[in-house]
Design a protein around this ligand. Structure first.
Ligand SMILES: Nc1ncnc2c1ncn2[C@@H]1O[C@H](COP(=O)(O)OP(=O)(O)O)[C@@H](O)[C@H]1O
Ligand SMILES: [Mg+2]
Length: 457
């Protein structure tokens, strides 16, 4: 095993911006020092300390303006911190927010040379790589047009191709990848995997929390310049999502709760104790769904209960008793590959509402979304929903999952004059295990409908 090596070390790093009401105040202050301050101080980063080891893939999440880009720019050496220290050990290459590092008047080809030299390549080194760069970017003849005529997708293709051409030891990607089309994104992610396999270090800012969970070994959450939490990506991402969806007046309390977390900079995958909590409310204990005959059996294990349940603030509806049933309506949570089941829950409405969508989503342990769908109340023929009504929602499915553990989510969306909103939304609300001794040779997530055959020609 490779010895751990710190490649980025940041201590008590602060970046302050001084906001002057009028530009002239900056000059007045410089030349006529009267002790008076003419600016408002704004902390884009506030006393951040962190360490990143070689081989880690770090995801950074945070609301807009929380300091993610500022942090990445400081790591790249593009801007200087106001206070604190930063040490970077390794050849770094960055794909920063669109525009950074490219001259819009130059052609794509000229920008490749310009950026290559910024990254430390000689003219000959760029000459020998240019074919690879151009073929990865695949923007055709546009390469000899000024980049100001590029679409954002073309731009990001070229910028990413240049960034990876130096085989970076540390690759930094700020949002940019979401601009490309899916096929190109897949190609970039494959490249990122290659860099990971070679032991490279990656820092990755993305609004796609699924990508963060899928790609990263660790995640950081910034908010208003503060490093709030760090640790296992699924944990960090679910707390981040909870905060993003919380009502404004609850956010500060949620931040305080995070500040008090034990291990807040090293959150483990799951808490030891079962945890159920309501967003913006008190922690809440609730019994695991159980049928009267619920006891350990071949198809039901009462101990198989999620410890990462998140219940969002309710707005007029409650999802009740989410569960899986076999074809005979028996409660199950140990499923057999190939058999038919239903995901069932009831919804109690505390307000009348015209249109409702009932949703479900199945995820892996790492948070990868496997399948989700929703049923429309109008199409399901249940018409306008009156206050106090309870409906049962059933999603039948054939279990094509490979043996592993999966998590269920449920959400009920209502619509009023302001648009769609969640009446109730519950994350990791139930879990199930898929059994299949005959599938031990399989990989990935789901099976084919039939079993493989090998025959003589
Ligand atoms: N040059 C600057 N002068 C003043 N404020 C800035 C400057 N650059 C960034 N900021 C502010 O710093 C904060 C953090 O910005 P940024 O790092 O871009 O956030 P993020 O990438 O998380 O959206 C924002 O409020 C932004 O307005
Ligand atoms: Mg940014």
């Amino acid at each position: 095993m490779k010895k751990e090596k710190t490649v980025i070390k940041i201590d008590n790093l602060t970046k302050e911006y001084r906001l002057y009401d009028k530009p002239i105040y900056r000059i007045v202050e410089t030349f006529f020092s009267s002790g008076k301050t003419y600016y408002q101080s704004f902390m884009a980063l506030d006393n951040i300390s962190l360490e990143i080891q070689r081989g880690e893939t770090i995801g950074i999440v945070g609301r807009n303006g929380s300091g993610k880009s500022t942090l990445l720019q400081i790591i790249c050496g593009i801007i200087k911190p106001t206070k604190g220290s930063i040490v970077v050990d390794g050849r770094i290459s960055a794909l920063l927010e669109l525009g950074a590092g490219f001259n819009p008047e130059f052609t794509g080809r000229q920008n490749v040379y310009l950026n290559g030299s910024i990254l430390g390549l000689t003219q000959q080194e760029i000459d020998s790589r240019i074919d690879d760069i151009l073929s990865f970017a695949s923007i055709g003849d546009f390469i000899d047009q000024p980049v100001k005529s590029y679409s954002s997708g073309m731009f990001v293709r070229l910028a990413f191709s240049v960034a990876i051409s130096i085989e970076p030891e540390i690759l930094i990607v700020d949002e940019a990848l979401s601009v490309g089309d899916e096929a190109f994104q897949r190609k970039c992610f494959a490249k990122i995997n290659q860099i990971q396999e070679k032991g490279g270090t990656i820092l990755f800012v993305s609004h796609s929390t699924t990508s963060i969970v899928e790609l990263c070994s660790r995640a950081f959450m910034l908010d208003r310049g503060e490093l709030l939490i760090a640790g296992e990506p699924k944990q960090v991402v679910s707390r981040y999502q909870k905060m993003v969806y919380a009502p404004d007046d609850k956010v500060e309390a949620m931040k305080n709760e995070m500040r008090l977390l034990e291990n807040r900079f090293a959150l483990p995958l799951e808490d030891e104790e079962p945890r159920r909590e309501r967003v913006g409310g008190k922690r809440q204990e609730r019994q695991a769904p159980q049928s009267p005959s619920a006891e350990v059996s071949e198809h039901y294990d009462p101990h198989l209960v999620p410890v990462s349940i998140i219940e969002y603030e309710r707005k007029g509806g409650t999802i009740l008793n989410p569960r899986l049933e076999d074809e005979h309506g028996n409660l199950v949570n140990i499923l057999e590959n190939g058999k038919s089941y239903s995901y069932v829950y009831e919804v109690k409405f505390d307000r009348g509402i015209d249109k409702v969508k009932f949703g479900m989503l199945i995820k892996t342990i790492k948070g990868v979304e496997i399948c989700g769908c929703s049923a429309d109340s109008a199409k399901a023929g249940c018409g306008t929903i009156a206050e106090g009504r309870v409906v049962k929602v059933t999603f039948p499915f054939q279990c094509l999952f490979y043996p592993d553990v999966y998590f269920l989510n449920a959400g009920v969306l209502g619509e009023d004059s302001d648009g769609e909103f969640y009446l109730d939304r519950q994350i990791d609300i139930a879990m199930f295990r898929v059994r299949g001794d005959n599938l031990k040779h399989c990989t990935a997530l789901t099976t084919l409908v039939g079993f493989p055959e090998v025959t003589d020609e």
